[in-house]
Design a protein around this ligand. Structure first.
Ligand code: B12
Ligand code: SF4
Length: 504
């Protein structure tokens, strides 16, 4: 694939010509997905990395690709002789381990490139552990990275001038990923982007405000090729636009599959005919980020816009519409907003139980770097640790306004334990009976993972990590004006590279 396909102005040389001219185009690439807690090997939700599957797919065929998913049990070996370039993916929770792995490979003489959401928002920090960092989506710059690696010029930051064109997105390369006995589902992405820009979320920052869609026929072709009956849509909101959804669901309906995804309440409960089409196409469960039952929190974070309902009564009514369509609801709830007092846990528990919500995903509010929430709390000096391995959604990493950090952490933990007690799972069964196997299997899996984490305290607290205080602060200072697309004059890149001590 040529970088020009993505409208990338950074490219001056493509891999094909590097191979033809110099005969040195073959790069042996190892993609790595780090386990945030490799010592216990229990974390990282056992889901295959879509990022690695896509990176493998956009790598031209003249290169050799291998993959290591540490969270699925692959053992990292730094001295592997058959590797030239190591590409490591990282969310914030994985950053610490990603840097350990990067340092290990570099000590063994390998070139390392870091990418994914965390290196994209903390590029100066990431550059201290890598030869190169890809800021934002890989598609616009990946051929340039490989061309530079092939000619020994890999260096500094790579950042596309435009978002990826999803009409060109290839199907993920799944052939490199051995079949394992995990719960992993085949995942497919139909669109990227989110217009809502909630203060605590990285999606809009990373993927832009505008939805970018893959052609329906490409999504359908990919699903057909998967030859599986169960699909997970990776989209932040699979109900992003009515016209696209109608076209997509109409085609999926012909395939005889079942699928799960994430959605807002607006185009689901607010549009029963579209919801009915989703049901007919095989939708069995939706993750709905209700975030909070307190309207002032929803207004303050901007997340009122996506669901368009704010009172517990309205939210409950919307959930009932989903239940009426036999959909198992997973409610995403975040605790620790400025208007959350210690009673918030009981109020939320009662609401979820009264509304027979099938699944709940409970997180302590986490100021991920690059988000508006991060900037606000950092400016208010309320962030208590910059040890990214604690940014796991379970640990309180800032001082909440109306409760203590301990109350936030313990209250969030108790929510999971209490919600997934056996009597409570069974009490919700009738409402969620339409998909009994799915409901019970996933409930007990969640119950197990909640209990497991409670019995392994160092899954929550992996010790202090002070070595990166300086670089974090440095990148944080820039975060307000940080953009993921390259500025026209590239002065921003030079500034980051200089700050990281890497001349460009
Ligand atoms: C699917 C998903 C998951 C899945 C699967 C993760 C997996 N194994 O791959 C599950 C459910 C397990 C999950 C869990 C969590 N997730 Co999650 N997840 C997502 C989601 C919805 C899609 C990610 C995805 O696969 N996209 C498709 C791929 C193709 O895109 P991509 O990963 O962005 O990769 C592209 C670029 O990033 C880049 N890239 C990525 N890696 C690399 C590497 C190299 C070398 C290069 C060059 C480029 C590159 O190129 C790719 C192609 O453009 C995103 C939301 C989003 N909009 O991104 C959240 C998201 C990544 N998750 C998030 C969070 C917070 C979590 C949790 C911490 C939540 C929690 N409290 O438990 C956990 C962490 C679990 C753990 N312990 O590791 C945040 C991360 C924020 C941050 N700064 O870290 C996101 C962004 C959600 C959000 N709205 O804020 N998640
Ligand atoms: S929380 Fe959901 S609606 Fe809000 S910005 Fe993130 S993806 Fe978009």
């Amino acid at each position: 694939m040529d970088g020009a396909d993505w409208g990338c102005e950074i490219l001056s040389l493509d891999v094909q010509s590097a191979t033809a001219d110099g005969g040195q185009g073959n790069v042996r690439i190892r993609f790595v997905y780090p386990d945030p807690n490799p010592r216990v090997g229990l974390s990282g939700r056992r889901v295959e990395s879509a990022a690695l599957q896509l990176l493998a797919a956009i790598t031209p065929p003249e290169h050799d690709v291998s993959v290591m998913q540490e969270h699925l049990g692959d053992a990292i070996r730094f001295d592997d002789a058959d590797v030239d370039l190591v590409g490591i993916s990282a969310m914030t929770i994985q950053a610490r381990r990603a840097y350990e792995i990067a340092d290990g490979y570099r000590s063994a003489g390998k070139k390392v490139v870091l990418g994914g959401i965390h290196p994209s928002v903390q590029p100066a920090e990431a550059l201290q552990h890598a030869d190169a960092v890809v800021v934002g989506e890989a598609e616009p710059v990946w051929s340039q990275v490989l061309a530079d690696a092939a000619t020994g010029k890999l260096h500094g930051l790579y950042r596309g001038k435009e978002y990826a064109d999803l009409t060109q997105l290839p199907a993920y390369r799944r052939d490199l990923f051995p079949k394992r006995s995990t719960l992993s589902l085949a995942s497919v992405q139909a669109a990227r982007g989110c217009p809502y820009d909630c203060s605590f979320c990285s999606a809009t920052l990373f993927s832009g405000r505008k939805y970018r869609y893959r052609p329906v026929e490409n999504v359908i072709a990919e699903i057909k090729a998967l030859k599986t009956r169960v699909i997970l849509f990776l989209d932040d909101n699979i109900f992003s636009s009515e016209s696209y959804c109608r076209a997509l669901f109409t085609e999926i309906k012909k395939l005889d599959i079942i699928w799960v995804g994430q959605a807002s309440l607006h185009l689901t409960a607010g549009n029963p005919s579209l919801l009915k089409l989703a049901l007919d196409s095989g939708c069995i469960s939706l993750f709905v980020g209700i975030e909070s039952l307190t309207a002032s929190n929803l207004k303050a974070t901007g997340s009122l816009a996506k669901n368009r309902v704010s009172t517990p009564a309205e939210i409950g009514k919307s959930i009932r519409v989903l239940h009426d369509h036999n959909i198992v609801v997973m409610a995403g709830v975040i605790f620790g907003f400025d208007d959350d007092d210690p009673e918030v846990f009981d109020r939320t528990r009662e609401f979820l139980i009264a509304n027979r919500v099938g699944h709940g995903s409970f997180s302590a509010l986490t100021p991920f770097p690059g988000t508006k929430l991060f900037e606000t709390l950092h400016a208010q000096s309320r962030i208590t640790t910059y040890d990214w391995s604690k940014y796991d959604g379970a640990t309180a990493v800032f001082s909440p306004k109306m409760m203590t950090a301990e109350q936030l952490q313990e209250g969030t933990r108790q929510m999971g334990v209490n919600f997934y007690s056996t009597p409570k799972i069974l009490r919700r069964f009738w409402t969620n009976r339409h998909h009994p196997l799915f409901y019970l299997a996933t409930s007990f899996a969640w119950r197990h993972s909640n209990r497991l984490e409670n019995h392994v305290p160092f899954l929550r607290s992996s010790g202090s990590w002070t070595g990166h205080g300086k670089s974090s602060a440095l990148a944080i200072e820039r975060s307000a004006e940080q953009r993921l697309l390259a500025p026209a004059d590239e002065s921003g890149e030079q500034e980051i590279a200089r700050a990281a001590g890497v001349p460009r």
